[in-house]
Design a protein around this ligand. Structure first.
Ligand code: SF4
Ligand code: ZN
Length: 313
């Protein structure tokens, strides 16, 4: 049974002798919860994930990568409520109305929780995503992912943050894992862990929502009255991860718990094996132009800048 039965009581309230009605059913945890207990269940699960993977502590300065979507705002909200020092970082990608709307929602939310939101305008740093796509013929998402990683890391270092937290949820992680497994892309598989430790000029990156589903984070946002951008970035259309999510959702519907099992068993059984292969370790240099970590002499963002310069001439 995957849906909430009519008249179900909250499992936690029931255990305390109270009779509140459940409004959420989590089939893979076999839990029926009222609004209040869903919120506390969500936050406890995030806290447990942070501890399980030793992501950070109350002494760390955390920069939350905020997109204006439900996951990043839910994450930011949960971290602040759990007592962590977490500020937001929004990159204005210059994707027309989508960027305008998501920036406004991120700003509204920052004001509501009373935490700083740093905003970086890609147009003044390098170029907007649509311009990069047009000048380089490179798919928007691959350029976008690369520049986001670069500026997030650089900004965090320059402003005294030692942790970058992103809102990737279980569905995101499972879709990526599924795609990488289909291709047996060992290079990506060996890096698919909820914590990427700090080394060679990279700040530690963590994914505290890696065991929270997309639906759970949407519900958490809804119950907390968080307004988030409800439409997708126009460039997300046709992404293979969306197709994978649809297949996986069908499996999950029939066999609740499949997603979580696929992901957690990978972390427990496969990930450690991949780490033992010494040959997989690559040498990192410093970019000759900007000094950021890079596998080549010039990092990908600096070479993209060069390409954009030539395209403009
Ligand atoms: Fe960037 Fe692609 Fe995501 Fe749009 S869908 S924000 S272009 S990664
Ligand atoms: Zn560089």
């Amino acid at each position: 049974m995957n849906r909430l039965k009519k008249g179900s009581r909250c499992t936690i309230c029931k255990s305390k002798g109270e009779k509140n009605k459940a409004i959420v059913y989590l089939p893979h945890h076999r839990l029926a919860l009222c609004k209040e207990h869903f919120i506390s269940w969500f936050e406890k699960r995030v806290e447990k994930t942070i501890k399980e993977f030793k992501m950070f502590s109350k002494n760390d300065r955390i920069l939350v990568a905020v997109s204006g979507g439900k996951d990043s705002l839910a994450l930011w909200n949960a971290l602040v409520r759990l007592g962590y020092e977490a500020d937001g970082f929004y990159i204005n990608l210059g994707i027309g109305q989508y960027s305008e709307d998501s920036k406004q929602l991120a700003l509204n939310f920052a004001k509501r929780i009373g935490r700083p939101l740093h905003i970086l305008d890609l147009s003044s740093e390098i170029s907007t995503i649509p311009q990069i796509k047009e000048s380089t013929n490179r798919p928007a998402c691959s350029a976008c992912g690369m520049v986001k990683r670069y500026y997030m890391n650089k900004f965090a270092k320059e402003n005294g943050y030692n942790i970058i937290a992103t809102g990737h949820n279980l569905d995101d992680e499972v879709a990526v894992l599924f795609g990488n497994t289909l291709k047996w892309d060992i290079d990506y598989l060996k890096r698919q862990y909820p914590v990427l430790k700090e080394e060679n000029g990279f700040i530690r990156k963590v994914k505290p929502l890696c065991k929270i589903t997309e639906k759970e984070s949407a519900l958490y946002s809804f119950f907390n009255g968080i307004e988030y951008i409800e439409y997708e970035c126009p460039f997300s259309e046709g992404a293979s991860s969306i197709e994978y999510k649809e297949y996986i959702a069908k499996l999950e519907e029939k066999h609740p718990g499949t997603k979580l099992q696929f992901y957690t068993n990978f972390l427990k059984r496969m990930y450690p094996i991949l780490q033992t292969n010494e040959k997989l370790k690559e040498e990192l240099n410093k970019c000759k132009i900007c000094g950021e970590p890079s596998y080549n002499e010039i990092c990908s963002v600096c070479s993209l800048k060069e390409k954009l310069k030539t395209a403009r001439v």
